[in-house]
Design a protein around this ligand. Sequence first.
Ligand SMILES: C[S@@+](CC[C@H](N)C(=O)[O-])C[C@H]1O[C@@H](n2cnc3c(N)ncnc32)[C@H](O)[C@@H]1O
Length: 275
Amino acid sequence: MKTDTGATLAEKADRHLLYQQSVQDVESEIDFVEQTWSELRRRPASLLREDFCGTANTSCEWVCRDDDYQAVGVDLDQAVLEWGRLYNLAELSEDQAERIELMHEDVLHARPGLADIILAMNFSYYLFLTRTELREYFENVLDGLVSDGILFLDAYGGYEAPMVLTEPRECEDMDGQPFTYIWEQASFNPIDSCMSCNIHFEFPDQSRIDKAFSYYWRLWTLPEIEEILIEAGFAKVDIYWEGTDEDKNEGNGIYMPAKTGDADPGWVCYIVAQA
Ligand SMILES: C[S@@+](CC[C@H](N)C(=O)[O-])C[C@H]1O[C@@H](n2cnc3c(N)ncnc32)[C@H](O)[C@@H]1O
């Protein structure tokens, strides 16, 4: 079906806007980072480095929280950085936008100024497929942190994580128009634990953006990640596990340090690694 302009909804859509609306929750992410930092450190943080920053959505959220906050976003893809500059940084005040630097670099080699906080969210470091490469990344992160700096990661798993499956979820765009976000785990190889995943978007007129984003990554386990962080030189690593809303029997959005987690079909947690 075509719209008034003759284009389908898929043709009119912007995949980065849809991604930000369906995948990211930068407010909750930065709530967690600010709260955890204030529990672990007796001084305010200032410079946050967002690795694999994509559209730099999280960096924008950070600089909006405090006039002293600065951010550096690092990404390999110049086009996505430009999109972030055009759509996200342009929405900020001049002062806020000036406190963000975008670097077109590989996170394995990026050397911006020392950060208080480094973030790598939405499992982007799963793109490193070997222990050697992941350790090299964590070593570069540690070198990029001040002496009491903290690395924040997220991780996912559960017994559905290695399954071949397709998971649709109803979402709304910024104008309140509905669209369907579809997460596809297209293949999983138990021998090397690597998998192909795709994000598709579907619209009420049945049009579709197929493979709007595709990832080939390794499904790391929490003990592997923890061990490699320690090998890379981090002093302390904690897993923050989500609590349960007993009435609804679902996650309550509150993440606390834990030594035991539930054997859920799918879970997401935070990893907090202190330099
Ligand atoms: C899964 S997206 C993550 C976007 C965003 N951080 C988020 O939380 O949703 C992965 C991003 O990592 C970037 N990327 C992949 N490998 C990279 C590398 N070695 N160095 C820097 N950026 C990289 C890609 O260009 C892409 O924008």
